[in-house]
Design a binder for this molecule. Structure first.
Ligand SMILES: [Zn+2]
Length: 479
């Protein structure tokens, strides 16, 4: 662990530059596939740092790959920078109030401004270390757009961009620090558009065929399906078009967006097929026509225990950061805005480690993958983890109990705790990369573990080959 002191020192030295980058991306708050300025801020900065940048990879203008070094193990750092719709929030406010300076109504409710900046910093620090110590290694930083309600990395995985990696490293801002050891769900998202026949609803109802009826029957059918789904499967829907506001016109068009989730990619695709059959049945019942518009999909995360143990050792060697009285007081006040149910829900996910959590959890939680509860959300890091051995950490960037995709998370995104958590992540990822570069046997074992876990079928991208990014839907949800 000789490298730890050097990594810590280098991240601290360069830290402010990357805190500024994260803050700027927080303010831009650009949504999926529209992260033009955020992506370019990353791409041009890493280009100035001496990386060779390829922009617009996998058919996405806001995706890029930056590479430095040659030969040796190929080490990838994953970065994100997309915000969420409707979460504009004033920094540091203790009530839900939109950011007065925001150009958009979006907000960084999942901390991806921190995620991208720390991974970027880790890539630069690792590259500098390899260069200074004459260690052969290839370092890549992946600019991954559209994680939220999209699947930038799945398109990148389908394009084979992660296939030659010896290791992929990522992290996510959280309310505590540890290896990211929870299972996540695979998902599939598609829109079901019904075409009916319009008619006057009173004068000629027998001539009309209601697209809205079809959408409603589809939803009823799916609600009956729920009893017969795998454990932990989830199905959500939202009306994109409910057929108009007139009661006296039979709706000619209705559209429902569905997200289907299940613990394993294959199960999610099977469940999606059943949802499709229900939609076809609804179209048949109503004499309407159905178009299915595939939006996106992502795989469940394949954890790599071999790599996770190395990451855990490095994170512990770096150690927890301190918080001051002001940060603790702010966290306490923020917790007052979070309901008891939400706090209890947060505790359930970390129950093994925390009986009576403080406002800010600074300790590094133990690595206990066997007792970690599944996170019943999804991440497109899942597809990277099927293509290459992948390890991730979480760090405490937010007060205990803060919900993901909440205004409270946006409000804390530029506070000092978020910055401290971001730097801990950068240190952990850079240190893990450097440690692994000197351990070819561990990298080999990690690859063997991946081959074992993904089985003989290997990685099958859940997005069909004819579905192209970016999706048709714009920020307002219109097709
Ligand atoms: Zn996220």
């Amino acid at each position: 662990m000789k490298h730890i002191a050097s990594v810590v020192d280098r991240v601290e030295t360069k830290g402010q530059e990357f805190i500024d980058l994260a803050d700027e991306i927080w303010s831009l708050a650009e949504m999926r596939y529209a992260e033009f300025r955020s992506s370019e801020l990353h791409a041009s900065a890493i280009e100035r740092a001496g990386f060779k940048v390829t922009r617009g990879v996998a058919g996405m203008p806001t995706a890029f790959v930056a590479e430095a070094g040659a030969g040796g193990p190929v080490i990838g750092f994953l970065g994100e920078y997309d915000a969420l719709a409707g979460l504009s929030q004033q920094s540091g406010a203790l009530t839900c109030v939109p950011n007065p300076d925001a150009a958009t109504g979006n907000g960084h409710g999942c901390g991806h401004h921190l995620l991208g900046a720390a991974s970027h910093l880790a890539a630069v620090v690792a590259r500098d270390y390899f260069a200074a110590n004459n260690i052969k290694a290839t370092v890549r930083f992946y600019g991954c757009p559209a994680e939220e309600a999209a699947a930038g990395k799945t398109f990148m995985a389908r394009a084979g961009l992660f296939d030659d990696l010896d290791v992929a490293l990522c992290w996510h801002p959280s309310v505590a620090s540890s290896v990211f050891m929870n299972a996540t769900l695979a998902n599939v998202q598609a829109s079901f558009r019904f075409h009916g026949k319009s008619a006057h609803a009173a004068l000629a109802p027998h001539l009309g065929r209601s697209a809205l009826d079809a959408a409603e029957l589809m939803n009823i059918g799916v609600n009956y399906l729920r009893e017969h789904m795998p454990d932990l499967a989830r199905v959500h829907f939202a009306y994109i078009n409910s057929g108009g506001a007139s009661t006296n016109v039979i709706p000619v068009l209705a559209e429902v967006l569905y997200t289907v989730r299940s613990p394993h990619s294959g199960d999610a695709l099977d469940l999606f097929e059943r949802v499709k059959q229900i939609a076809e049945g609804a179209a048949m019942m109503t004499g309407t026509r159905l178009d299915i518009i595939f939006d996106k999909a992502c795989s469940n995360v394949l954890h790599n225990d071999t790599l996770d143990r190395v990451l855990d050792a490095n994170m512990r060697a770096i150690g927890a950061f301190d918080v001051d009285a002001r940060e603790t007081e702010f966290a306490k006040q923020l917790q007052n805005t979070i309901s008891a149910d939400d706090l209890a829900n947060c505790s359930r996910h970390f129950a093994a480690a925390l009986r009576d959590p403080k406002p800010i959890i600074t300790e590094i939680l133990p690595y206990h993958p066997d007792v970690a509860r599944p996170v019943t959300g999804s991440t497109d890091v899942g597809d990277v983890s099927w293509a290459a051995p992948t390890t991730q950490c979480l760090t405490a960037c937010y007060a205990w109990g803060t919900g993901f995709h909440s205004w409270q998370m946006v409000a804390q995104g530029k506070q000092s705790l978020a910055h401290k958590g971001m730097l801990l992540a950068a240190k952990t990822l850079a240190a893990t990369a450097i440690d692994l570069a000197g351990k070819p046997d561990v990298l080999h074992e990690a690859k063997q573990e991946l081959h074992r876990k993904r089985g003989s079928r290997g990685y099958q991208c859940p997005i069909p080959p004819d579905v192209m990014p970016p999706p048709r839907r714009d920020a307002s949800g219109k097709a």
